[in-house]
Design a protein around this ligand. Sequence first.
Ligand SMILES: *[C@@H]1O[C@H](CO)[C@@H](O)[C@H](O)[C@H]1NC(C)=O
Length: 340
Amino acid sequence: MAIHKALLLAILGCICLGGTVTSARELNDDLSMAAKHENWMAQYGRVYKDTTEKMRRFEVFKANVEFIETFNAQNHKFWLGVNQFADITNDEFRTTNTNKGLKANPMRVLSTGFRYENLSFDALPATMDWRAKGAVTPIKDQGQCGCCWAFSAVAVTEGIVKLKTSKLISLSEQELVDCDVHGEDQGCEGGLMDDAFKFIIKNGGLTMESRYPYTAADGKCKAGSNSAATITGFEDVPANNEGALMKAVANQPVSVAVDGGDMTFQFYSGGVMTGSCGTDLDHGIAAIGYGKTSDGTSFWLMKNSWGTTWGEIGYLRMEKDIADKKGMCGLAMEPSYPTK
Ligand SMILES: *[C@@H]1O[C@H](CO)[C@@H](O)[C@H](O)[C@H]1NC(C)=O
């Protein structure tokens, strides 16, 4: 048994470290990392096509775990976790459809009218959590389809429908992916929340999630789906203005675009995301509240569409009212919401 274990250690050490001579300590570290990788593969049902691919993924996994552990040992207001993205590099993550479903929108024409512009800040609630008001459906998972735009638009549509009709209905992202294909939006290849709102208006609403379930792939539009919920219009929040965004989020869930490509975003696990972040908008999420931590850090509460193994059981808190007018990860650059 002892011999067997020593042999196993030696084999693992040679394979994982490319045959270089290493200390017993390094072998042990690699063995426990290999065990971590195996556990992670089982947890996320990951299967590799061959040993070469597995070895390559193990190296990436190891580098990511080391990055996460180093980050967490530093003094940050948020922490990272070994989630479903742990065996892909950050470069790969940036090019996956999971992250880059938001189309670039250089020609964005703002809709006229911002109905919340004259609200007084004193009249706004100090904290807001639309989940507590029953206006947020459970966390969904877009998988490997670049349709964050659909999940973001649906989340805030579900919100306004609940507020206007007092019914919380989970609505169909797949209907947007399959049917909203004659304008800017291109299913799993990306889209824009405002264009999703335009489609929902023109389409006479959206059908229920249960009637038109999510497949995480482009499909043929099933015509004649009964609409379960409607909106009448949409408005854009004035750009780069977190105050204006607060007025809107105080009144309803709001779609926001962010740069979700940073490694700290890839592995975000909890706390209030602060510090540097890119502003190349590539991901759509939903602002569903705001608040302040006990240490006085103001934050936005966001709903993401990467399942419950990412973030705070699928949610994310990002620092609010930062010096950069674009907001954390660009969140104040392109917010919008449907009206009803
Ligand atoms: C806000 O107030 C200004 C000045 O009174 C007015 O012109 C504008 O229409 C108001 N906006 C809204 C959305 O009510």
